[in-house]
Design a protein around this ligand. Sequence first.
Ligand code: FES
Length: 566
Amino acid sequence: MTGSLGLERGLTHYGDPDFALYLRRSFARSMGYSSEMLSRPVIGIADSSSGFNNCHRHFPEMIEAVKRGVLAAGGLPLVFPTISLGEVFLSPTSLMFRNLMAMDIEEMIRAQPMDAVVLLCGCDKTVPAALMGALSAGRPATLLVAGPMLSARWRGERLGACTDCRRFWAKFRAGELASDEIAEVESHLATTAGTCAVMGTASTMASLVEALGMILPGTAAIPAVHADRLRAAEASGAAAMALAGSGLTPERIVTREAVENALRTLLAIGGSTNAVIHLTAIAGRAGIDLSLDRLNELSEETPVLVDLKPTGAHYMEDLFAAGGLGAVLRELKPLLHLDCLTVAGDTLGERLAAPAEPVDRAVIRPLAEPFQEKGGLVALFGSLAPKGAIFKRSAADPRLFEKEGRAVVFSSLEDLSARIDDPELEVSPEDFLVLQNAGPASPAAMPEAGYLPIPQKLARGGVRDMVRISDARMSGTAYGSIVLHVTPDAASGGPIGRVRTGDKIRLSVKERRLDLLVSPEDLARREWAPPPMPPRGYARLYRQEILQADRGCDFNFLRRTPLPEE
Ligand code: FES
């Protein structure tokens, strides 16, 4: 445990280090610790639970298990709170606060005397925030994710947050479900602790941090309420003790090769579009540039291997029972960089060399017989998205992949909600719905609003999908022919802000193109103005520093290498 300093690390400045340590120990003694305990390596346990975060409500029990692991391995576990980001409780959107949470975690790891840290996280933004903060802090760390919720039943039908939330809401909007029925569904969608039950953003990010080597092998998919989750927590405490003083910091684990492994995994699991933003931001904290061109290259060579909602039929608990992420990584093995390190101290190759458990092929397909031949996500470029846009082809209708359509434009979220169900709205199923001013630089701060509802009059006529384009994001649990993250966004002067109803747009997934069929001269004549700068506080810092989606929506000054001013 060379390098473990325990409470002697980072003394408070009084001009007398011996006095500072004496004072720190005397105050620590007021918490009832013995001298023996206070001489141990210190393992911080970052607790992101909150009354505003249903997904993390089992953290008190998990924290007890982490402490058990630390104590048994000879360390002193000290819990500290962090910001919590409960996805549906935050306004305008949780993404706005991801960087704030990452800053909180980075600074508190660095400011407090800990030799290593276990970071509890789970709900969508908390996983990237924890890893971004840990990477920047540079102290040995392991993440520990919440694990997914279990699915439930309603009138015999299996359902779970949140793909089914959207499926039932769409039925309700189409008049296929009555008010009392949707109220019943509401109480059956999220019925246990843990993160959303499908391969949404939370489970995607959990899978990616396992592929990156930043959680213990085999722990991404363990359901939140399963006893194995507590065993994983205990083992994470012990792992943190092994990391303490080892010099194995997150930046030695999150290498370019590991990021590429994570990108492959994202494609193979048909994961959330949000993960492209988060992985780009994580890579940026490690000094690695992740390009959307590379995403396209890997997408051509990496098939979708899991049959999970929202692209398939199953839930996260089925993935766990089928063999977990380890079984997926084993299939991907020929495509992975195997010498990448994990927080367990071994390499990915050593991990995957262990004898394989039986795999349920209904959920995890072999590489040679995939669920879908190509990766779930592609990046599009063109005159409407000069710096890229994301399209989740695995969750879209292939009949809409090569298409030209008339734009029906909504200038903001407010405009969308005011007019989308207007019976007078001129719209046909062949049109492209376009939402502006919902990107990272907008006051809306890039909400998950890219899943534009089908106009009610079309939904009631049986239309279930149409092309929808925005600078917003989409929930990882959503599906449809949806083009997201159009960059630059409208609020920073991107072409999407100058589209007008009646313009023609051409989408070609085959050519990876998204083009606005309006001449540059005509486009330049159209008016555009940036939104007003917030007067104060974090909102102002956010607006001043937020980078576009192609840079992971991090703050420039938090990147390992800040970008030059444009
Ligand atoms: Fe927390 Fe979905 S709301 S993971």
